[in-house]
Design a protein around this ligand. Structure first.
Ligand SMILES: *[C@@H]1O[C@H](CO)[C@@H](O)[C@H](O)[C@H]1NC(C)=O
Ligand SMILES: *[C@@H]1O[C@H](CO)[C@@H](O)[C@H](O)[C@H]1NC(C)=O
Ligand SMILES: [Zn+2]
Length: 519
């Protein structure tokens, strides 16, 4: 038995004669008993509501409130007969969405699409995208019954009307759950299945709104109107806003009330599945001097066949079956610089992963797979992290320290005094003008950076390894060769001879994130 009351009768009759389906009648009577919507299409509306007989509150013999239970039991033959006519025509209000586009067949179609895409999930959220003109039709219908409501002194507010979207979900959630066996359709889930409907025939329903808002526009706002015009697609938000502003009189001047009968139902669009991003972090080593960190493209042409991020990402993408990724790291090294020691922290956003849960053992296997895939890089501490945790990597990056080893050449031969002079320098502040080699992509500026300490490891009279502990962001190459005096002081000035850098390695990036994973 449907929870409609005698007092709803005038509205029910008005809606039915305006060409609304049984479920839209329930919506406009603000019925929030979910089971009623599942029943509605089979039982139709109780015949009593269509006759002029009076009812007491009916006994609730069929109203089932359990949302997972699809109601298909004993059908009321009498009601079926009464509603034959209404069910054969397309509802002027929901454009068929709550009629033939909402039932077991659609549930099967959704489930087949989801299964074919091979996602791993144990809950899903159903999202519905409706044509914007439904709002216009809803408004028209509301004005249609409002007259009636006011005359009979009934209390009914537009906000109490159950939305098409809501009713659709109430009906479909249970059906989809049933088809998916064990997967709950819930209101919040990392996995979203999107159902979209369009109705090209009635798209022009919205046009008058846009004309009137043009007229309402005052001069200073004309640009806003223009952007509305240029949009040319009537987003749901734009339509809702316009409807809030337009007066009833103006609306009725431009739009039929009740809305006209449509020639056909909505067209269901492709079902879209989307899993929220998964975030992965770790540290990488780079062992070669001809690998850029990110793909190196100049004038649309690729200069190096690979990159650190691609080598790391390829095995991860295929394990998570993700559509794409977004790579970031704590600083970066030049193409000819190695990253040794514990490596450089990095994080990756994996877009639309079809698989999202990995055990510690599986993460270790994935790490091993990356390690084995190339001699050029290695990865450690690979782990799944939260989006929030990722920001830890960038936090206070400027204050962190980094250690390097540079192979230095000197023109004059190196004396013992030179070595102890360099070894004794502590917290040397440099003024670094933006290096010539990066000037094409960075603004010209003078930045101060600190070299906390240095140590010299003698190789021969013209070569030594210089160990440096510096503030993050120090340009090491420029400190060694001086960059034509753009970095001051520099090693040439300190040693009073020409010096050059032959090799550079990053020894450590002192960022304490991500946390180490015990072996
Ligand atoms: C990648 O990350 C950046 C910065 O966090 C963000 O602005 C961008 O939208 C992301 N790209 C994708 C495809 O998610
Ligand atoms: C991968 O290589 C890194 C760096 O050498 C090492 O620390 C880590 O244990 C390796 N992991 C696996 C699973 O092979
Ligand atoms: Zn309807």
């Amino acid at each position: 038995m449907l929870p409609l009351k005698e007092k709803d009768k005038p509205i029910v009759q008005k809606l039915l004669s305006a060409g609304c389906c049984a479920r839209c009648v329930l919506r406009f009577c603000c019925v929030s008993v979910q089971a009623a919507y599942r029943q509605a299409q089979h039982v139709g509306l109780h015949p009593i509501l269509l006759s002029s007989q009076t009812v007491e509150d009916p006994p609730c013999k069929r109203a089932k409130l359990d949302p997972t239970e699809a109601v298909q039991s004993e059908t009321d033959d009498a009601a079926m007969v009464t509603l034959k006519k209404e069910e054969s025509s397309v509802c002027a209000l929901c454009l068929g969405i709550l009629q033939d586009l909402c039932g077991p067949d659609q549930a099967i179609k959704i489930v087949e699409t989801v299964k074919a895409q091979n996602y791993e999930f144990d809950t899903l959220v159903l999202s519905v995208s409706l044509p914007a003109q439904l709002c216009v039709r809803e408004h028209s219908c509301w004005l249609h019954v409002k007259k009636e409501v006011r005359q009979k002194g009934l209390v009914l507010d537009k906000d109490d009307v159950i939305q098409v979207k809501e009713a659709f979900k109430w009906i479909m959630q249970g059906l989809v759950t049933k088809q998916l066996e064990g997967v709950a359709v819930v209101s919040k889930s990392p996995f979203e299945v999107g159902v979209e409907f369009t109705h090209p025939d009635t798209e022009s329903d919205c046009h008058f709104l846009f004309c009137t808002s043009l007229m309402l526009c005052l001069m200073p706002l004309h640009l806003r109107c223009f952007s509305f015009l240029l949009q040319s697609v009537f987003t749901r938000m734009a339509v809702v806003k316009a409807l809030e502003k337009i007066s009833d009189v103006k609306f009725l001047e431009h739009y039929p009330c009740p809305p006209s009968e449509p020639s056909g139902s909505c067209t269901p669009q492709d079902i879209q599945c989307l899993h929220i991003s998964v975030f992965i972090a770790g540290r990488y080593n780079k062992f070669c001097r001809n690998l850029p960190q990110t793909p190196w493209v100049i004038d649309g042409e690729r200069r190096m066949e690979s990159s650190v991020e691609e080598l790391i990402a390829a095995p991860i993408l295929s394990a998570f079956r993700a559509d794409g990724f977004n790579f970031s790291s704590s600083g970066r090294e030049d193409v000819d610089v190695r990253t040794l020691g514990n490596g450089r922290p990095f994080a990756m956003e994996l877009l639309n992963p079809h698989r999202s849960r990995f055990s510690k053992v599986e993460m270790k296997q994935l790490q091993e797979m990356i390690n084995k895939s190339s001699d050029k890089i290695r990865v450690r501490d690979l782990q799944i992290v939260t989006r929030e945790a990722m920001s830890r990597m960038k936090e206070g990056e400027e204050e962190k320290t980094k250690s390097y080893t540079a192979l230095v050449w000197t023109q004059k031969s190196i004396e013992n005094e030179d070595i102890s002079f360099i070894n004794d320098i502590k917290d040397l502040t440099l003024d670094q003008k933006t290096p010539l080699r990066v000037l094409h992509r960075r603004a010209l500026a003078i930045r101060q950076r600190v070299i906390h300490s240095m140590n010299v490891r003698f190789v021969d009279s013209h070569h030594f390894y210089l160990g440096l502990k510096t503030q993050a962001g120090t340009y090491i190459k420029e400190f060694v060769h001086g960059d034509f005096g753009r970095t001051k002081p520099n090693l040439c000035l300190l040693l009073k001879t020409d010096t050059d850098i032959l090799e550079l390695d990053v020894e450590s990036v002192d960022v304490d994130w991500p946390p180490p994973i015990p072996e």
